[in-house]
Design a binder for this molecule. Structure first.
Ligand SMILES: C/C(=C\CNc1ncnc2c1ncn2[C@@H]1O[C@H](COP(=O)(O)O)[C@@H](O)[C@H]1O)CO
Length: 230
């Protein structure tokens, strides 16, 4: 090449050039790479945790609440059975379950989420990671849990429970039993699901082996662990 045909730049020089603007940091192609990195980090952190059960429930449950004590017992029982506890790593039910697992020397996983005013991962987590994207984090819950226990909670808990039920219903995940703790709390929702959703033909029969509402913590743990194939 001669004269003005000779390029004034090349890709190597472009790579090394200092950035004048950082707008690219906020563009979708760059986000895709961050999402990929989050998946890679998550898979790397969790691939070898062994059998695990996810515990979902309110971030707002007080330490004196009976449900906090029940979630702590679940964490303990799972650890005693050699099963890892996976939570969102936050306060409330998540903290209680991690606390129980940690106290019994079990694997206590906290998959935190970046949120404004968030206090960070609770101190009873011994395998923790913080995610930027809810959907990446939900993939980790589903991929690495062989069962789930759902305590009373709000939108976050409902989102996690319905994600799992949808994936089970569409056979995207293998058998993943779900135990719901707190008959009174869940009764209204499940009466509506049975009386309206099912009656209108919007869902198929809920498999009683896979979705169990109970007040009995032993039963909840047994149901959640029934999906473990060792
Ligand atoms: C609301 C408060 C803190 C929020 N911190 C959270 N940290 C980690 N994970 C969370 C947090 N909030 C919600 N989640 C996830 O959703 C579920 C609980 O949501 P709910 O709306 O409270 O039911 C839980 O299982 C987490 O995975 C201040 O206390």
């Amino acid at each position: 090449m001669r004269g003005n045909m000779i390029p004034t730049d090349n890709t190597y020089a472009n790579l090394l050039a200092p950035e004048k603007s950082t707008d690219w940091l906020h563009m979708d192609p760059w986000r895709v790479l961050r999402i990929q990195a989050e998946f890679v980090d998550g898979f790397g952190a969790l691939a070898e945790i062994g059998p695990a059960v996810a515990i979902f429930g309110s971030a707002r449950t007080d330490r004196r609440d009976p449900m906090y004590k029940a979630a702590r017992r679940c964490g303990r029982m799972l650890a005693e059975a050699g099963v890892a506890t996976i939570t969102g790593g936050g306060p409330g039910i998540m903290e209680a379950a991690n606390r129980g697992a940690f106290e019994r020397g079990g694997t206590s996983v906290g998959l935190g989420i970046e949120l404004p005013h968030e206090q960070g991962i609770n101190r009873w987590v011994n395998l923790g990671m913080t995610f930027r994207y809810f959907f990446v984090r939900k993939t980790m819950f589903v991929k690495y849990s062989e069962g789930a226990i759902v305590f009373p909670g709000g939108f976050g808990t409902l989102d996690e429970m319905f994600e799992l039920l949808t994936l089970v219903q569409t056979h995207k995940v293998a058998r993943t039993p779900v135990a719901l703790v707190g008959r009174d709390y869940w009764a209204g929702l499940f009466d509506w699901i049975e009386g309206t959703l099912k009656a209108e033909g919007m869902i198929s029969e809920l498999d009683q082996q896979l979705v169990k509402i109970t007040d009995d913590i032993e039963e909840a743990v047994a149901v959640a662990m029934s999906g473990i194939r060792r």
